[in-house]
Write a protein that binds this ligand. Structure first.
Ligand SMILES: [Zn+2]
Length: 130
């Protein structure tokens, strides 16, 4: 799979991206991007047992060889919690027929060849009872 460790792997609640959960020195859970990233500002290491410990290295306590740099997932989270989306504007009412379309059915059929009776006209006549 290519991951450095299966421990702590999880899923971001916001963007469903894979994350690695670590415990900070404050005892809080922090989501890190799952693989080490030299651009990250968090140093994390596997603790005793299946768990990652994360902290921000300082000049007084620089990163140790046991720790790898990680990027906090919050820095790259793909999707912040979405606000409730506003209701979509109602789709425009069914397109009204254009004047041309309205006029078409009312127009007399194109000229028929001699000797051919318009069926439409014929039906109208029958409805009239004649
Ligand atoms: Zn995310």
């Amino acid at each position: 799979m290519g991951t450095i460790s299966p421990y702590g792997l999880g899923t971001c609640h916001n963007c469903d991206a894979p994350v690695r959960w670590a415990t900070t020195e404050a005892g809080k859970q922090q989501a890190l991007n799952p693989e080490p990233d030299e651009a990250g500002n968090v140093a994390a290491r596997l603790g005793m047992g299946p768990g990652w410990w994360a902290r921000v290295p300082t000049t007084e306590r620089p990163r140790t060889p046991m720790e790898r740099r990680f990027m906090p997932h919050a820095a790259t989270c793909g999707r912040p919690p979405l606000p409730i989306p506003p209701p979509r504007p109602a789709p425009p009412a069914q397109a009204r027929p254009t004047p041309l379309q309205e006029a078409l059915p009312l127009q007399p059929p194109p000229e028929l060849p001699p000797g051919v009776t318009s069926l439409a006209r014929h039906r109208l006549t029958r409805k009239d009872g004649r």
